[in-house]
Design a protein around this ligand. Structure first.
Ligand code: SD4
Length: 331
C-alpha cells in the first residue's frame, strides 16, 4: 500500500527523539518548501493521512449518497481501527512499553461538537466511543477506566487487541528495552481524516494507538481537539500525524484552520504550520516527522510535512487517489 517504501524508510530512520546537533532557524529559513500546486475546490471531498484509501473509500460511500461528513469520517476511521495489519491504530496497534494497547481518538461534527477518548483499552473502535460521548453526554474528553466503563455501558465489546504480530514486536523491543519512543515504524500509520460533504458540512476524526512502546499513560496529540484534529464548519478541517509532542506544543490542527480562516488556501496553511514548527523547534523538527492534511469548505485540500515520505489519500470527484505530500526538508 505504501507507494514509496524507500523514502518512508528513510524518514523513519531519521525519526526519533534526541540525538543530532541543533540546527539554526536561519538555516531552516533557507530551505524552500516543496509545495504542490494549490488544488481547486470540489465537493464532496475526503482526505486522510497516509495511504488510507480503504478508509477514504468507506467515507466516500457515505458522501456519494449525499450523507453527512460526520458519518463519513467515522466510517473511514473505523477501517484501520479494525485492521490487524495496521500496527498504529486500534486492533493490532503496537502496545506501550508494558504491553498494553492503549488507544486515543477524537471526532468533531459540523456544529462544533467534539468527543475525545484517551487511554482506552480493549475496545476496537475508540472513534465510535468518542462519537457516543459527543452525542450522549455533556463532556468532551473521557479517559482510561472511565472511558472503558462508558464504552461497555454503551454496548461496545471488550476484547483483546494485542495481536501476535504486535506481541512479538514488543517482545523484540524488550530485548534492548531502550526507552526511546519512536514514531511508529510500520507502513500504515495514525489516521486523521477530514471531509466536507455536498451540503458543505465539515467534520473530522483522528484515531491511533499512539507511539509504539510509549511510556505507560502517555497520551499524544491525536485525541486532543485542536492538536490531532480540528474542524470548524465556517472554515474547514485539519488533522495531524507524526510526533504528537510537537503537534501538541503548537496546537497544529487548530493553527492550520485559523490560517485558513485568515484566507490561506489549505496547502499554504499546511506549509505555514509546518514552517512554524521548524522555526520554533529547529532541533526536534530536523529529527522528527510531523504531517498535516487539510480541507476547506470549498473542497480545496492541502497536505505538507516536515520530512519527505508522507503520503495521503484523497477521494474527490469519484476518484480515490494517493499522493506524495511536499515537505519542508528535502530528501
Ligand atoms: C501520537 N501522533 O500519538 C500520534 C502518532 C502518530 O504516526 O501519528 N503516528 O503521537
Amino acid at each position: 500500500m505504501d507507494q514509496n517504501p524507500k523514502s518512508r524508510r528513510t524518514f523513519l530512520q531519521n525519526t526519533f527523539l534526541g540525538g543530532f546537533a541543533a540546527v539554526s532557524a536561519d538555516f531552516l529559513t533557507k530551505i524552500a518548501a516543496q509545495a504542490a500546486p494549490p488544488s481547486k475546490g470540489r465537493l464532496p471531498v475526503v482526505i486522510a493521512t497516509w495511504d488510507n484509501r480503504k478508509a477514504t473509500d468507506a467515507a466516500w460511500q457515505v458522501l456519494a449518497r449525499g450523507g453527512r461528513a460526520f458519518d463519513a469520517v467515522e466510517a473511514g476511521a473505523r477501517i484501520p481501527e479494525a485492521d490487524p495489519e495496521d500496527t498504529s491504530v486500534g486492533y493490532g496497534g503496537f502496545p506501550d512499553r508494558d504491553g498494553n494497547v492503549t488507544l486515543d481518538a477524537c471526532i468533531m461534527d459540523e456544529f462544533g461538537n467534539a468527543g475525545s477518548i484517551t487511554y482506552l483499552q480493549h475496545i476496537m473502535h475508540p472513534i465510535s466511543v468518542a462519537r457516543r460521548l459527543l452525542e450522549k453526554t455533556p463532556h468532551v474528553m473521557l479517559s482510561g477506566d472511565g472511558a472503558l466503563e462508558f464504552a461497555l455501558s454503551e454496548g461496545f465489546k471488550k476484547e483483546n487487541l494485542l495481536t501476535e504480530t504486535a506481541r512479538l514486536a514488543w517482545e523484540n523491543w524488550k530485548i534492548k528495552s531502550e526507552y526511546k519512543p519512536v514514531i511508529n515504524t510500520e507502513r500504515h500509520d495514525t489516521i486523521g481524516i477530514v471531509a466536507v460533504d455536498a451540503q458543505q458540512r465539515v467534520a473530522g476524526a483522528c484515531t491511533t494507538s499512539g507511539m509504539a512502546f510509549k511510556m505507560r499513560g502517555r497520551v499524544g496529540d491525536s485525541p486532543v481537539i485542536g492538536a490531532g484534529m480540528f474542524a470548524d464548519n465556517e472554515v474547514g478541517a485539519a488533522a495531524a500525524t507524526g510526533l504528537g509532542e510537537m503537534v501538541l506544543k503548537t496546537l497544529g490542527s487548530f493553527l492550520l484552520v485559523e490560517e485558513m480562516r485568515r484566507g490561506k488556501h489549505p496547502q499554504k496553511a499546511a506549509e505555514e504550520v509546518v514552517r512554524r514548527l521548524a522555526h520554533k523547534y529547529p532541533k526536534e523538527a530536523r529529527e522528527n516527522q510531523v504531517c498535516y492534511v487539510a480541507v476547506d469548505r470549498k473542497g480545496r485540500h492541502g497536505a505538507f510535512s516536515l520530512q519527505p515520505g508522507f503520503n495521503y489519500a484523497l477521494y474527490q470527484a469519484g476518484v480515490n487517489t494517493v499522493h506524495e505530500a511536499g515537505s519542508f526538508f528535502r530528501k
